[in-house]
Design a protein around this ligand. Sequence first.
Ligand SMILES: [Zn+2]
Length: 487
Amino acid sequence: MTTAENPRTAAVRDAPAVVLRGGTVLTMDAAGTVLRDADVLVVGERIAAVGPRLEVPEGTAEVDATDGIVMPGMIDTHRHMWQTAMRGYGADWTLTQYFVWNYLEHGRHFRPEDVYAGNLLSTLDSLEAGVTTSVDWSHGLQSVGHAEAALAALEETPGRWVLAYGNIHAAPWEWSASADFQAFARRVVDGGRTSLQMAFDVTGDPSFPEKAAFEVARDLGLPVTTHAGVWGATNDEGIRLMHEHGFMTPRTTYVHAATLSEDSYQRIAATGGSASVSSESESSCGQGYPSSWKLRRHGIPVSLSVDTSVWWSADAFSAMRATLSSDRAREHELAHAEGDTVTHIGLRAQDVVGWATRGGAEALGIADEVGSLEVGKRADVVLIKNDDSPTMFPVLNPYGHVVFQAQRGDVHTVLSNGRLVKHEHRLVDADLAKARAAIEDTVAHLESTLGAEGWAAGMTPDVPDTAVLDNPYTYTEYRDASTHQRG
Ligand SMILES: [Zn+2]
């Protein structure tokens, strides 16, 4: 860790309390309260007061939030942090090409230190963009050593990280049964520092081999997060099997939930789980049309996620924008098919800001702690303000401004659990040089392992003549008529 060199930053970092003065405050409370020219006072780890011209304790440091927007730290419920080590590499992939990369090529060659490098960069990437909570959907944990490395990176950086333990290189009923995994899980749960989930997918195999993994999750008290409704990979049979065996719970997260039948959406709605929508991902991958328009019709709670920066952006601004745009595009499209015109839009900017904050907190069961700016809650706070930008005035509709005008570079200040982690547009006490060195080592390792030709081909790969599209999971032979029967 380095010391903040900016004396103003050091003063705010070291103060016992911080007040953000004179901003437009999106509290994201249940009533949707918005306060103009208002303050947010943080004392220690918690929000002590929200309102106009607050009196503050002696020694409180002040951050001028004039012309800015103050909102809760954003929450991402599905991010493959380890893949940040190869940021942007797969910009032109399809889902099939990703499966080849992840299951058969580079994904196999990630060492524990490579998982560490990706996670370390991803935590800094998150905080810098105002994302103070993220689920690390860590499905490259080939050994508990890899998991230790993932955890080490998460615990090195301030922020609220959830390790969703997964391993695509072995069947979930195998890795979850191992004593190593279970000992690791118990230690993390008992440590109380990082939350834990189990991350695995359900293929729809009628023998339901994933049952054993769900039982382990239940025994350990861990929520399950699962890629559901992914065209060509997971489908209605997986949902039905989960439901009939009693494994669909309010703590279950259904990632994408895109290509599913009416019956599956009803099962999700009836059992109280939530969906994690990754609209940039669904728009370019082919899991199915971004599902928020359908989820809304069933009253299924929604949170947002960025999925992976091996392809797309890693900030919630992009996630909100992509979600609002895809949802509206669908609404128009459906109306046009009926010869109708949409004259009043259904999904509002306020709704997607809610999904990126409260929605995430509710999905993770931490809404009593974070997700809104209310007295007593943990101080995960973001100030969006950029006095040098012509895009940051006038702020007339603050929700609309967050979704369609602002971007990650406009994030001025971030507090995580009351701790200053970004100030005046720069990360505080973050060792970027260390993260950069770790990433360079990982990229060199993967490039040399794959060879120059393989490395180059990976960015624009041919689809090999294998059965990958039939069933991307290399740990099972299961085939289903709903997927393509090639090979
Ligand atoms: Zn994913």
